[in-house]
Design a protein around this ligand. Sequence first.
Ligand code: FAD
Length: 325
Amino acid sequence: MNGDVIEKAAAVLGDRARRDVPLGPLTTYGVGGPAALFLEHCGPDDLMLARQAVAASGIPVLIVGRGSNLLVADAGFGGLALTLGDDFSAIHRDEGESLVRAGGGLSLPVLARRTAALGLRGLEWAVGVPGTVGGGVRMNAGGHGSDIAATLTRAWLFDLAGAGPGPGRPHEREAHTEGAVEVPAADLDLGYRHSSVGPTQVVVAAEFALVPGDRAEAEAEIAAVVTWRREHQPGGSNAGSVFANPPGDSAGRLIEAAGLRGHRRASAFVSPKHANFFQVDPGGSADDVRALMEEVRTTVENRFGIVLTLENRLIGFESSPSSGG
Ligand SMILES: Cc1cc2nc3c(=O)[nH]c(=O)nc-3n(C[C@H](O)[C@H](O)[C@H](O)COP(=O)(O)OP(=O)(O)OC[C@H]3O[C@@H](n4cnc5c(N)ncnc54)[C@H](O)[C@@H]3O)c2cc1C
């Protein structure tokens, strides 16, 4: 990254930004290098400031949720990383309504448990996804036969590369965060682990249409999801499914059939418990995880002629298609 770009952005951000902050501890892999600039616990004013920094410098940005789908290169991320703060972790339900609005920084398991406690059905599956509402919308996270798209009605996006509130498209109204626009779920192109949310667009809030139901049944479903996860998925440092499932098949089944369950590459290894989860030793290397991904992908392609695509997002790797978040 051009040092000028970073200095220009740093000049706008002033004391609010920190430099060379390790991103590994902000991810569930727990490995990887620093962000050149970092804005922690952002509120609306910080997003506005970050937007000014982007406008002044063109610096790439990385929005970090719980880092539960991110692998950051050992060399780090040569841009501005940011996390959302408490201003974006509220949950709101209008009395008697089954519509729930949640902040983009709210944890998905918390959202699942809170809505179940309100006797609202539809998000129980999300207790097993250790990310945020914003990361969940961007990824269209899902599991147990459901996904974000199943109940999302609309989201509010703040574009760090945007010019300001502006007139917007007809359906876009200013949301509670100045400069954020409201986008109906139908316009987010939600598909399997996919959305049209771009790297500079911060999901500041999302609204879900849930179904009134029985609290005890909702909580029993939550408990069943938690038990299933404990039995079928490994603990330790990982970021869930590394590869997306190819149509009609499962990436885990293919990796296992290729004889790679438990396969180790330096500090990284394929989980012995679930072959589509990779783990890394404490103090290990993100570049080892990246190399393991390539080795597994090549082996599966050579054995079965199927090219696996990454579900994990790679940040800061030179050849990474999704560098920049
Ligand atoms: C043990 C384990 C189990 C998992 N199981 C599942 C599963 O069953 N189903 C599933 O779908 N995923 C699963 N995951 C992966 C991960 O939890 C999801 O992809 C989740 O949606 C990522 O959310 P996050 O907040 O951690 O996002 P991050 O990993 O921090 O970021 C992921 C992407 O979202 C972007 N992003 C983050 N926050 C925002 C925001 N507010 N606005 C805009 N963009 C944002 C990031 O820039 C990045 O591009 C699992 C992960 C782990 C560790």
